[in-house]
Ligand binder design. Structure first.
Ligand SMILES: Cc1cc2nc3c(=O)[nH]c(=O)nc-3n(C[C@H](O)[C@H](O)[C@H](O)COP(=O)(O)OP(=O)(O)OC[C@H]3O[C@@H](n4cnc5c(N)ncnc54)[C@H](O)[C@@H]3O)c2cc1C
Length: 514
């Protein structure tokens, strides 16, 4: 089935909006027949991305009557795949790993533990990495690439001379020294880059810059250093750890397959109502009941609401009573990541093992092989800067995409390649995302993270954008969805016990004991 999201270009058909995905939910609305206008759900979950799906599955399987409201026509939010001519194109979140514990639990729960594809398989004709540093090109082996990037990345993150091994031991913990966190949070990636750049040659500087821009999708001075340091710790304090975990394996069946498993699990409990293509406009919390008003004016009521809308979308929903000042300020500032992601299929299998990094680039800063299509063509994934900056490109400008790709290819081969297909979703123009994965600016984490995680009356917030562990990643979304569902279940069960003053024998809805 086609979603209205995404776009694909071929020479013969030109640019077409909308791509096929198994993530589309049809029919889009399924409300329980016994639900009238004055019905009060246990919980309304807003958003069917990983955070929302995890929360919904956990709530429904523990007996909570839940309504899932989603603005789009499909599951998955910022993570989903399109299938075109038998190939799965990951349009957003892609790489997951067994060192990402929360998403790996989902992978194994639904029997997908053998369902992996490795990115950048060696052995194709063009089996090297091309560095483009301020116009100068050099091809290096993948081992040399890992050494160069690893050395520069380590230098960048080694702010205490000990690779943060003692001062920031536990990446999922919240008990770090507030003084150290505040000290590092004041700095931008540009500040840190300036501190170390004289210890790097010109090529290393360009490659580190491209590496950082690929992480944060903004200018280095907009990107907070603390966010980068956190990802260093998540990469196990090692030069190649982050890349080995976060850019290595993806699901062969595609991310939307896992979403379907989670969604169908929730449906199978009999406790789920849902409505897709239903954007939420307003949330009103009064007299112990939360009323959620959708854009078409329909109201739904619940004891609790879990909002999983992305940080950059939060301010588009009206709250009554209004959100606290700190939450509002955090939502106004938001994630700075506005990068472009795209897929390019080049004719023939030669580019399967090739990779590239380039700064400043002509619209892309990284491009690398990620599997062969069914017709044995090379599938490449590329990342580029914010389209609204000097070096950015608009994704519907196909000629600009081709030029950006050629700029990263080895100069002597760039004119030979044939573009078979280009696929993308424009996340920056997407009203339900307003950007890509979360990357936070300087002074944000220490100032706003706990405010964003705090409930607002009976409204709870769960977004991968402000989780504690893999913040900005799929794993963080699953983590926060799971934690928030438990928080709500525990609270409601406690309130129910106090209210009835009699022991709960078989769960509060008489379905499953919790
Ligand atoms: C291009 C790109 C590449 C990425 N690559 C990776 C990667 O390789 N590995 C990785 O781990 N992570 C990656 N990420 C990050 C990962 O995709 C996200 O962190 C994760 O999907 C966030 O999940 P979430 O549930 O918190 O938010 P979302 O997935 O954004 O879910 C929120 C949901 O709320 C819905 N919504 C918003 N507003 C409303 C409204 N008003 N009413 C109703 N519904 C609404 C949205 O439509 C959406 O479905 C990438 C992200 C992008 C965009």
């Amino acid at each position: 089935m086609y979603t209205t999201d995404g776009a694909t270009w071929t020479q013969s058909a030109g640019l077409r909006k909308g791509v096929p995905t198994i993530g589309v939910v049809e029919p889009p609305v399924q409300l329980s027949p016994d639900v009238g206008d004055d019905h009060v759900y246990d919980v309304i979950v807003i958003g069917a991305g990983y955070a929302g799906l995890t929360a919904t599955r956990d709530l429904t399987s523990q007996g909570k009557k839940t309504l899932l409201l989603e603005g789009r026509d499909r599951l998955g939010g910022r993570t989903w795949h399109a299938t075109i001519n038998g190939f799965n194109y990951e349009m957003g979140g892609t790489w997951v790993h067994w060192h990402m514990p929360h998403i790996y639990r989902e992978v194994s729960l639904y029997g997908l533990q053998d369902d992996w594809i490795v990115t950048q398989i060696p052995g194709s004709k063009e089996d090297y990495t091309t560095f483009t540093a301020y116009g100068e090109q050099r091809n290096v082996s993948h081992d040399e690439e890992a050494d160069i990037i690893g050395r520069a990345w380590r230098l960048f993150c080694n702010v205490d001379g000990d690779d943060l091994r003692q001062s920031w031991k536990y990446p999922f913990g919240t008990g770090q020294s507030p003084e150290l966190m505040a000290k590092w949070d004041k700095l931008s990636c540009q500040d840190r880059f300036d501190q170390i750049k004289r210890r790097l040659n010109v090529e290393e500087q360009a490659v580190l810059e491209a590496f950082l821009l690929q992480m944060g999708g903004s200018s280095l001075d907009n990107m907070g250093l603390l966010n980068a340091l956190h990802w260093w710790i998540l990469g196990s304090h090692t030069p190649t750890g982050l890349n080995d975990i976060a850019l290595h394996t993806r699901l062969r069946s595609g991310q939307s397959k896992l979403h379907r498993c989670m969604f169908e699990h929730a449906v199978s409990t009999g406790n789920l109502s849902y409505s897709f293509q239903t954007p939420v406009a307003r949330i009103e919390d009064a007299d112990g009941i939360v009323t959620v008003v959708t854009r078409d004016g329909t109201s739904h009521r619940a004891k609790s609401v879990i909002s999983t809308v992305p940080l950059n979308v939060l301010s588009s929903i009206e709250f009554s009573p209004p959100l606290s000042q700190d939450k509002q300020a955090a939502a106004a500032e938001g994630s700075v990541n506005k990068c472009n992601k795209l897929h390019v299929d080049l004719n023939g299998p030669d580019w399967l093992s090739w990779g590239s990094m380039g700064s400043p680039g002509k619209g892309l800063i990284a491009l690398f092989g990620d599997g062969l299509t069914a017709a044995d063509n090379s599938h490449l994934v590329g990342f580029g800067p914010d389209p609204n900056t000097e070096r950015g490109i608009q994704l519907d400008d196909i000629e600009a995409i081709k030029e950006a790709v050629k700029d990263l290819l080895p100069k002597e081969k760039a004119h030979e390649v044939i573009f078979n297909r280009i696929v993308y979703h424009d996340w920056n123009a997407d009203e339900f995302a307003k950007g890509t994965w979360c990357y936070l600016p300087p002074n944000f984490i220490t100032k706003y993270l706990s405010a964003l995680q705090r409930p607002h009356g009976n409204v709870f917030f769960a977004s991968g954008d402000f989780s504690d562990g893999w913040r900005g990643w799929i794993d963080g979304a699953v983590q926060v969805g799971m934690q928030t569902a438990k928080q709500v279940i525990d609270l409601q069960n406690k309130q129910q016990k106090t209210f009835t003053k009699t022991p709960v024998v078989n769960g509060i809805n008489g379905i499953n004991g919790v």
